[in-house]
Design a protein. Structure first.
Length: 225
């Protein structure tokens, strides 16, 4: 493997639960009651516009035009107070010798802010790719293919590290080897031929040895352990 492509939210920064806590609070202001577990399951890794559309269907009416901007302000405040790196993320990126980058469905300013707040931004410098800049969102593979092309690496030589189903699907569609970071319960919808990672430290042996070249399935994904 010649390059590593990381998702950001829920993979490098521990933001998924925090983001959905804020979302649950925000929609409660408009009379929609949804549990945190429901929100995480429904919205993890999804495009913001899709999340808003799903929330409006549940609510039965349109949310205000400024809902997203107000939500992002609340989320930014929560991030400043409570956002932390995923356990093992700093040690992992510090040890990687291959080129690596972040490819996230979020806006660039949100990605940079999240990485900065968690001490990860210096490791990535200019290696940040946002769906908002290429106009392609996961599960479409375009963002990952754009990242690989920019780095000058063939897709089949890239590892993708993702925590969400749309991200996993995008990595598979791009023809890359996919590792699904599932620190808690494993999403049953994740394909069986995707290797499950419970702690980011598990990737060290794959990236520091020939292990990443072994046991790779024909579609580019390693089998589930």
């Amino acid at each position: 493997m010649k390059a590593v492509i990381f998702d950001c939210d829920g993979t490098l920064v521990d933001s998924e639960v925090l983001t959905n806590e804020v979302l649950v609070e925000a929609v409660a202001d408009y009379g929609l009651v949804i549990s945190l577990a429901e929100a995480v399951a429904a919205f993890r890794g999804r495009k913001m516009a899709e999340c808003v559309s799903a929330l409006e269907q549940r609510l039965g009416r349109a949310l205000p035009a400024d809902f997203v901007s107000q939500f992002r302000e609340r989320m930014s405040a929560a991030f400043r107070d409570r956002l932390r790196p995923v356990e093992g993320a700093v040690d992992l990126v510090r040890s990687i010798r291959q080129p690596f980058c972040v490819a996230s469905s979020g806006p660039r300013d949100k990605i940079e802010s999240s990485l900065s707040l968690t001490g990860l931004l210096p490791f990535f410098k200019e290696s940040i790719f946002s769906s908002y800049e290429v106009g392609i969102w996961k599960p479409e593979p375009g963002l990952f293919l754009h990242a690989a092309r920019t780095m000058g690496i063939e897709p089949h030589s890239c590892i993708v590290v993702e925590d969400s189903l749309p991200g996993v699907q995008a990595g598979i569609a791009a023809g890359m080897q996919v590792f699904a970071f599932q620190p808690h319960e494993t999403d049953p919808q994740i394909p069986k031929n995707v290797r499950i990672v419970k702690h980011l430290s598990e990737l060290n042996s794959w990236l520091s040895s020939d292990a990443a070249e072994q046991g790779v399935a024909a579609d580019g994904a390693a089998p589930r352990s």
